[in-house]
Write a protein that binds this ligand. Structure first.
Ligand SMILES: C[S@@+](CC[C@H](N)C(=O)[O-])C[C@H]1O[C@@H](n2cnc3c(N)ncnc32)[C@H](O)[C@@H]1O
Length: 219
């Protein structure tokens, strides 16, 4: 079911062609991406509570990590993703509460949530600091934000040079996605009580996507 929660004006625009392309891309490439990061996600998303808020759920890559019967409040502004997301929810027995809005403005009450998750989303949102402030606002004290992200490679490395060279076509293709963000720094700067981050490297052909972090921030 989709709750009526319109995207605030000017915060997100779906490109007709690229919106559909990205929904298809993540449906097709999802299993390959998942194969690369499954072990880390299994650790990160272990012991999730009965209700979870997910930012940028896409076509439902993380639903396999939820216990059947979990309620997922999925914040996903990109309508072309919704069909795949609903299908994934049905496949995995997840009770889907789909909010067509942006992570910067979830519309959820202050201190109302035990757990927020996201994967490969802070790279794409317009304002990561605003999203992290929103996560802090909605989490109860002691609640967790669990994330997986691709980030900028260390300065001066060949991967970093490639990320710089590819930044425009990459952002154009993947609807604003940046390979150049220090998202670990952003999470640490967001004012959480504690932040644990594990950096790691994939060995996929998408070289500029290979430098990643996963972690948990505690409200
Ligand atoms: C790279 S995809 C990742 C999708 C999914 N989390 C995964 O791991 O496959 C980024 C997702 O973030 C969504 N997104 C982009 N901007 C957003 C925003 N401001 N708020 C919430 N979601 C957003 C996109 O629509 C897309 O579904």
């Amino acid at each position: 079911m989709t709750a009526f929660s319109p995207v605030p004006a000017g915060t997100f625009e779906v490109h007709r062609g690229r919106g559909a392309f990205n929904a298809a891309f993540f449906s097709v490439m999802g299993p390959y991406i998942e194969w690369n990061i499954r072990a880390r996600k299994q650790r990160l998303f272990a012991d999730l509570p009965q209700t979870v808020v997910e930012l940028g759920s896409g076509v439902g890559a993380n639903l396999r990590h939820l216990t059947p019967g979990t309620t997922l409040v999925a914040v996903e502004p990109n309508v072309p993703m919704h069909r795949g997301l609903r299908a994934a929810a049905a496949r995995h027995g997840v009770d889907l509460d789909l909010r067509q809005t942006v992570a910067e403005h979830t519309g959820l009450p202050d201190r109302s949530v035990d757990c927020v998750i996201s994967s490969l989303v802070l790279c794409t949102v317009a304002d990561p600091a605003a999203v992290l402030a929103e996560v802090r606002r909605i989490l109860r004290p002691g609640g967790t934000y669990r994330f997986v992200e691709h980030v900028a490679a260390p300065a001066g490395t060949p991967t970093r040079a490639l990320q710089r060279a590819l930044r425009r076509p990459w952002a154009w293709t993947f609807e604003g996605c940046s390979c150049e963000r220090d998202l670990g720094g952003s999470v640490r700067a967001a004012g959480f009580a504690r932040v644990d981050i594990e950096p790691y490297r994939l060995h996929s052909p998408f070289v500029s996507f290979n430098t990643q972090i996963c972690g948990t921030a505690y409200a």
